[in-house]
Design a protein around this ligand. Structure first.
Ligand SMILES: Nc1ncnc2c1ncn2[C@@H]1O[C@H](COP(=O)(O)OP(=O)(O)O)[C@@H](O)[C@H]1O
Ligand SMILES: [Mg+2]
Length: 239
């Protein structure tokens, strides 16, 4: 198989220092891989650890153990315990992440927010602007908003700006946290098309989709994260 990511024995715990040091074993001993052109959908009820898994893969959370290997510029890179510099390098070139909410930076225009991943890769401003405008149009963001900072946009508009930014460049590996939540049918369809285009271009995707129609449209395989299957949610008290 043409794997782009290989995860083995991955675990993640949270220690709640404010609450008697309770330790939540949110992820324990996860094993999976995803190949080029394939979409793995995380399946499990609210609280099963789906978002935690994406954040751990992206390096926002430190894993408690296990291995996350990602094919980066033709070489396998271990992300668990990697240097921050290495993680940033992988994020710039290889690993894209559409988070659930747009991180708004005051006074930065919508166009600049969307173009940023392309400019970070050295695209010309003209090329980046052309792609960004095309994505914003497809996602039905009115042209009058493009020069404004998205801080005052509606939730659905912010999410669409976030999606435009996420799909600005071709990521070999993409993480999607509920990209179709709170979108109307027309825009949900656009997102499903963008996902299909990314798959056709050879991306490997790992996604969370609340809505069943979206899930069934994009999923090639499911990772079952319900507690019975992964022995998660064991509550252990530490000192
Ligand atoms: N930063 C955090 N600190 C402590 N506990 C957390 C944190 N993030 C998530 N959790 C806990 O981990 C579990 C899984 O959460 P999450 O990954 O958001 O689930 P899902 O995305 O599947 O709904 C929940 O019990 C949640 O309360
Ligand atoms: Mg979640």
């Amino acid at each position: 198989m043409n794997n782009l990511i290989e995860v083995s024995g991955l675990s993640k715990t949270f220690t709640l220092h404010q609450q008697h040091g309770v330790v939540l074993n949110v992820l324990s001993d996860l094993n999976f891989s995803v190949s080029a052109g394939e979409c793995l959908v995380l399946h499990g009820q609210s609280g099963a650890g789906k978002s935690t898994l994406l954040r751990t893969l992206y390096g926002n959370y430190l894993a408690a153990g296990g291995s996350i290997r990602i094919l980066h510029n033709g070489q396998w890179v271990e992300l668990v315990d990697a240097e921050p510099r290495q993680v940033l390098e992988v994020r710039r070139q290889t690993l894209g992440y559409v988070s659930q909410f747009l991180r708004v930076i005051p006074r930065v225009s919508t166009l600049d927010v969307v173009m940023e991943p392309a400019l970070a890769r050295g695209w010309t401003k003209e090329a980046a602007e052309e792609r960004a405008k095309s994505l914003l149009s497809r996602l039905n963001i009115p042209q009058a908003l493009w020069q404004l900072a998205p801080g005052t946009f509606s939730g659905g508009e912010q999410q669409r700006v976030n999606i435009a930014r996420g799909f600005m460049v071709n990521w070999p590996l993409m993480l999607l946290d509920e990209p179709t939540a709170s979108l109307d049918d027309v825009n949900r369809q656009v997102v499903l098309e963008l996902i299909a285009e990314a798959k056709a271009a050879g991306s490997a995707l790992i996604g969370i989709f609340h809505d069943r129609t979206a899930r069934e449209a994009v999923a090639d395989r499911y990772l079952d994260m319900t507690p019975e299957h992964s022995k998660q949610q064991e509550y252990v008290y530490a000192g």
